[in-house]
Design a protein around this ligand. Structure first.
Ligand code: BES
Ligand code: ZN
Length: 647
């Protein structure tokens, strides 16, 4: 689609005129003359490491964040499926924060840099650049030399097929089997594998993008997507709100759009559109109740992009367009808390963002809290309580296995990849901290605190320390004698789970526990369990709490009574397959193979592979199946599983 009316309108919002855009385009294509050589200053190096220095503000970025303030990107990329490469250039607009800024330092990983230019005296001029050696966690620092005036640099580049933030799918790996598919996943530090950028959540940029794709495919981005755009392989996007780089996202494939309301809709492969719309039809209602509780939705449209099953996460909160795994399409809306979760990030995470990955709990803890409030509002207290109780039980099990330092909310990553510290801690311990505050101060006071928190920090990033002072001033000190800063410090800086942590319980779960006990003691029959009326959550609680020494006979009995091996609910199937491995119930093996080959969501498959690796026979099975499944997995899942399997 060529420059549309909408595009011009959005450009007007951004303060550009059509005239300005045209004149820029003309000069962009003009011959580069008067090339000015600028010398690159060598960056200081960390003593003894031989590595370039990372920013003081964010240990995971090489960006000179204290010298330049990056604020806008223009992306011009061709999506080349044959080469598995995005090819083109990015213009980076920035402000200079100091005098004598001589360079722009960017993050990259596995990107081929072709040329760098600066905008100077009304034209683009070639400039020198330097690509440092690759650090295994951070990638390669790219240093672009600046003159003493420019506020705009252009980098010509190509991504490499192994880009950690992109998955290139062959037609066979899609539902329709006819067209290729590519999508990005930038969080936490993967934007740098498809855009040379200051890849820190403390940075915020608006962006415009032009993607050129094969004609029959549709491209979407975490930006304004025109619901009835023309399918012509030439797509324009505008994201007028400033977002951190980890929220820049794209998807290209044989996609169809279907509206669910005036402002919500679904993009999916044609065969998945109707099922997705049926499953997620409550999305509009979710937006509405969240606005009622926590203030306006500030992003315009809210659409969902349903990805192929190899998507390594449940969901990703890319603004205006959440990326969603198809594994939650269960047919009964039982797993739609995922949508509530990704939507909740439109407040916690996308509007108010963690400044560094040590503050990740500010994103996920708040989001898990808001998610559960949405679920309560829409589906009632019982379901919300069950979801909380299941999450807390998982957390209690998980912290037993985690390195202790990763059980701290304000986690010390100490230079490690943020993905390595990923666990339920920032989510559920963070959520329980907020539930604790809600209980102490009362919902009315706490809700008002949250609304003010979102409004006061809208489109900003903050650290745990900044949050602490804000909390003290605006909640603790205003209502003295209820919660002390010492207690807050225990929550945020001490390992493991504090005694003051709330313990969500569900009456339905308590009933199941006593019925299960009678069955295990031989006092009651299976059909007296009352399972005919169980919800998915009750099933999960039941399966997660069965003993690991359950006899083969009982496993068989459960399977023939409830057909668990063939469950079409992916969460129930996961719980059952895991229990089967633990108890040695072999009848599931063919189903396990299909499951592992057809799903790439890490949360569902990694625990199964890990459990398989516990026995020699299991390890053999795991290796054989992994060989088949690996090419279909996302690079991130491949990375995690390579370690599990080769250990
Ligand atoms: N932002 C996360 C996914 C993520 C986290 C990607 C860290 C990369 C690094 C997303 O919002 C999320 O939390 N997804 C969960 C959803 C669940 C808690 C309902 C998931 O994928 O399982
Ligand atoms: Zn999240």
């Amino acid at each position: 689609m060529k420059t549309s009316y909408k595009y011009l309108m959005m450009a007007a919002v951004l303060g550009l005129t059509a005239c300005q855009q045209e004149s820029e385009e003309r000069t962009e294509t003009a011959e580069v003359s008067d090339v000015q050589e600028v010398t690159t200053e060598v960056k200081s190096e960390k003593p003894g490491t031989g590595k370039a220095e990372t920013s003081d503000i964010d240990e995971h970025s090489y960006g000179n964040l204290d010298e330049v303030d990056l604020h806008h990107l223009d992306l011009n990329l061709t999506v080349n499926f044959e080469a598995k490469s995005l090819q083109g250039y990015v213009d980076l607009s920035f402000e200079r924060l100091k005098d004598n800024v001589t360079e722009l330092d960017l993050d990259t990983r596995d990107i081929t840099i072709e040329k760098a230019q600066i905008w100077s005296s009304g034209e683009w001029k070639d400039t020198t650049f330097e690509l440092a050696e690759k650090d295994p966690v951070l990638g390669s620092e790219l240093t672009v030399a600046l003159d003493d005036e420019t506020t705009k640099a252009r980098v010509y580049y190509q991504t490499q097929p192994q880009a950690s933030g992109l998955q290139w799918l062959t037609p066979e790996q899609t539902a329709g089997k006819k067209h290729p598919f590519v999508y990005s996943q930038a969080q936490a530090i993967h934007a740098r594998s498809f855009i040379p950028i200051q890849d820190s959540p403390s940075v915020r940029v608006t962006y415009n993008a032009n993607l050129k794709t094969p004609k029959e495919l549709l491209a979407v981005m975490s930006a304004f997507n025109e619901p009835d755009t023309e399918l012509d392989g030439d797509y324009y996007f505008e994201m007028p709100q400033p977002i951190p780089p980890y929220l820049i996202a794209l998807g290209v494939g044989n996609l169809e759009f279907k509206a669910m309301s005036d402002r919500t809709g679904v993009y999916a492969e044609p065969s998945l559109v109707d099922a997705s719309v049926a499953e997620f039809e409550d999305t509009e209602e979710m937006v509405r109740v969240t606005e009622d509780m926590f203030g306006p939705y500030r992003w315009g449209r809210y659409d969902l992009l349903i990805l192929p099953p190899s998507f390594p996460y449940g969901g990703m909160e890319n603004p205006r367009l959440s990326f969603i795994t198809p594994t939650v399409i269960a047919g009964d809306k039982s797993l739609v808390n995922l949508i509530a979760h990704e939507l909740a990030h439109s407040w916690s995470g996308n509007l108010v963002t963690n400044a560094t990955w040590r503050d990740f709990w500010l994103n996920e803890g708040f989001t898990s809290y808001v998610e559960n409030r949405i679920m309560e509002e829409l589906y009632g207290e019982d379901r919300a309580m069950m979801e909380k109780a299941l999450a807390v039980q998982d957390l209690r099990n998980e912290v037993q296995e985690l390195p202790e330092r990763y059980t701290v909310l304000n986690v010390n990553l100490d230079g490690n990849d943020p993905d390595d510290a990923f666990s339920g801690v920032p989510y559920v311990k963070g959520q329980m901290f907020l539930v604790y505050l809600e209980k102490k101060f009362g919902r009315e006071v706490f809700d008002q605190f949250l609304v003010d928190y979102f409004n006061n920090h809208a489109f900003q990033s903050l650290t745990t320390q900044e949050f602490e002072s804000y909390l003290k001033k605006n909640l603790l000190d205003k209502h003295p004698g209820i919660v002390s800063m010492d207690q807050v410090k225990v929550w945020l800086h001490e390992p493991m789970l504090p005694d003051m942590m709330p313990n969500p319980t569900s009456d339905a779960f308590t009933t199941i526990d006593s019925e299960t006990k009678s069955w295990l003691a031989g006092e009651a029959k299976l059909d007296s369990l009352g399972s005919a009326d169980w919800t998915v959550h009750e099933w999960l609680h039941f399966l997660n709490n069965l003993p690991e020494d359950l006899t083969q006979e009982r496993m068989k009995q459960l399977d023939s009574e409830f057909n668990l091996t063939d469950s079409t609910n992916n969460e129930i199937a996961h719980a059952w397959l895991l229990l089967s491995l633990k108890t040695g119930y072999d009848a599931i093996m063919p189903r396990l193979e299909t499951y592992l080959v057809s799903i790439g969501r890490r949360k569902l498959i990694v625990p199964l592979y890990k459990q398989l690796m516990e026995t020699e026979e299991g390890a053999q099975f795991a290796k054989r199946v992994y060989d088949i499944a690996r090419p279909g997995y996302h690079p991130l899942a491949q990375g995690t599983l390579d370690e599990v399997i080769n250990k």
